[in-house]
Design a protein around this ligand. Structure first.
Ligand SMILES: Nc1ncnc2c1ncn2[C@@H]1O[C@H](COP(=O)(O)OP(=O)(O)OP(=O)(O)O)[C@@H](O)[C@H]1O
Ligand SMILES: [Mg+2]
Length: 337
C-alpha cells in the first residue's frame, strides 16, 4: 500500500511517458500539480479521471510542452526531456485540446494537412483523406472552420492531432458535448490507433467511457495522483458486490444466527442485503442460504449488483475532501469499503 511519503508511481514494462515529481505553480501562486509520479506504458490506453480543476489539463499541457513545470520536475517522452528537447518530444505527440482552437477562416482540409508540415513531415494526401473519412469529415473538407458545428470542429481537432502520425495521443475531454455518432466514430479511431501501437491518454468526466475503453485508470484530484491502477484489478480490488433478496414476508430484525454474515435490511424489512467483496464473501453465500432455510426465511426474488468505477471514483474524491489526506487514500478507501 502506498503511504503519503512513497511515490504513487506503478512500475511499467516499457514507459513511453515518464513523469517524476511533477509540480506546477502558476504565476498567481496557485499550485495546480503537486508531486505527481506516473509512467505511461507504450501502447496502453490510460484514462485520467478527476473533477473540474483537478489538474488534468495542466498535466497534459506540460507533457506537450505548452506549459513549463516547476523546477525539480522531470517529464520525459520517448526518452527525451519535454523542456530541453521540446521539438523531439512534441513531434511524438498528438494533442486534441479541451478548448476548441482553430483558424476560423481556414478550410478543414488545410487545417488538417498543415499540421504535417509543422512537424517537418512530407504531405500525404491519402493519409489525410483516410483520417477525414474515418471521422466523417470528408464531405466538409472544403468548408471553412467557421462553417462547422461545435462537434464537427472537435472532429477536425482530432484529425489534426492524427495528421502527423503521433506515437502518443492525448485526448483532453474529447467527448464533452459531442453526439453519439462522434463518440462511436472516435472510439473506432482509437481502437485502430491502439492496434497500430499508439499510446492513448484521455481525460473524461464520463466514467463509463473510462470503464469501457481504458487499460488503466488514474484518478487525479487537487493536483495529486490519488490512484493509478489496472482497470480490471481496480474493479476487483475495490469493487464490492451486493446480493439482494426480496423476502416473501418482512423481517423485523436479522436473526442472531445470521449476525456474522454482513447482512442488513432495507425497504422496511422486505429486502435483505448481503454486501461482500469479490472473493472473501462469496463462500458466505452458501452459509447465508443454509441459514435462511434453517430460520424459515423465504425470498421471492434475488439480484446481484457489482459496484462500478463510478462508486470507486466518488468514494476516492469524497474521501480526499473528508480527511484532507491524499496519496494513500485510494487503497484505504477500498479496504474500508
Ligand atoms: N493559467 C493559469 N493560471 C492560474 N491558475 C490556473 C491556470 N490554468 C489553470 N489553473 C488552475 O489550475 C487548476 C487545475 O486546472 P486544470 O485546467 O488543469 O484542471 P482540469 O483537471 O483539466 O479541470 P477540468 O476537468 O475542468 O478541465 C484549476 O484550479 C485552475 O483554476
Ligand atoms: Mg481540463
Amino acid at each position: 500500500m502506498p503511504s503519503s511519503t512513497e511515490p504513487t508511481v506503478a512500475p511499467v514494462k516499457d514507459a513511453i511517458v515518464s513523469i517524476r515529481n511533477l509540480t506546477k505553480t502558476y504565476g498567481n501562486g496557485f499550485r495546480a500539480l503537486n508531486g505527481v509520479d506516473l509512467d505511461i506504458e507504450k501502447g496502453e490506453i490510460l484514462a485520467l479521471l478527476g473533477p473540474n480543476g483537478a489538474g488534468k489539463t495542466t498535466m497534459i499541457s506540460i507533457v506537450c510542452g505548452l506549459v513549463n513545470p516547476d523546477h525539480g520536475s522531470k517529464v520525459m517522452v520517448g526518452g527525451h526531456d519535454v523542456v530541453r528537447d521540446f521539438r523531439q518530444t512534441r513531434a511524438l505527440i498528438g494533442l486534441v485540446p479541451q478548448e476548441l482552437t482553430t483558424d476560423q477562416f481556414e478550410t478543414v482540409w488545410n487545417t488538417v494537412s498543415f499540421s504535417r508540415g509543422v512537424y517537418g513531415l512530407k504531405p500525404d494526401p491519402a493519409r489525410i483523406e483516410q483520417i477525414l473519412k474515418d471521422l466523417s469529415l470528408w464531405s466538409k473538407k472544403d468548408n471553412m472552420m467557421r462553417e462547422l458545428s461545435g462537434g464537427m470542429k472537435r472532429r477536425v481537432l482530432i484529425a489534426k492531432a492524427l495528421s502527423h502520425e503521433p506515437k502518443v495521443l492525448f485526448l483532453d475531454e474529447p467527448t464533452a458535448g459531442v453526439d453519439v455518432t462522434l463518440r462511436r466514430d472516435m472510439w473506432l479511431v482509437v481502437e485502430k490507433l491502439r492496434e497500430a501501437g499508439v499510446t492513448i491518454i484521455l481525460t473524461t468526466h464520463y466514467i463509463e467511457e473510462a470503464e469501457e475503453i481504458a487499460d488503466r485508470v488514474g484518478v487525479i484530484n487537487g493536483g495529486k495522483l490519488l490512484l493509478i491502477e489496472d482497470k480490471a484489478a481496480l474493479m476487483q480490488k475495490l469493487g464490492s458486490k451486493q446480493l439482494r433478496l426480496e423476502l416473501t414476508a418482512p423481517l423485523g430484525a436479522i436473526p442472531a444466527s445470521l449476525a456474522d454474515l454482513g447482512l442488513s435490511l432495507e425497504d422496511a424489512g422486505r429486502t435483505l442485503v448481503h454486501e461482500y467483496k469479490g472473493g472473501e464473501g462469496e463462500e458466505r453465500i452458501g452459509a447465508l442460504m443454509a441459514g435462511l432455510s434453517k430460520e424459515n426465511i423465504h425470498f421471492r426474488d434475488l439480484s446481484t449488483r457489482q459496484s462500478s468505477l463510478e462508486d470507486i471514483f466518488v468514494a476516492l474524491v469524497e474521501k480526499k475532501d473528508d480527511v484532507g489526506k491524499t496519496t494513500a487514500v485510494g487503497m484505504n478507501a477500498g479496504e474500508k469499503a
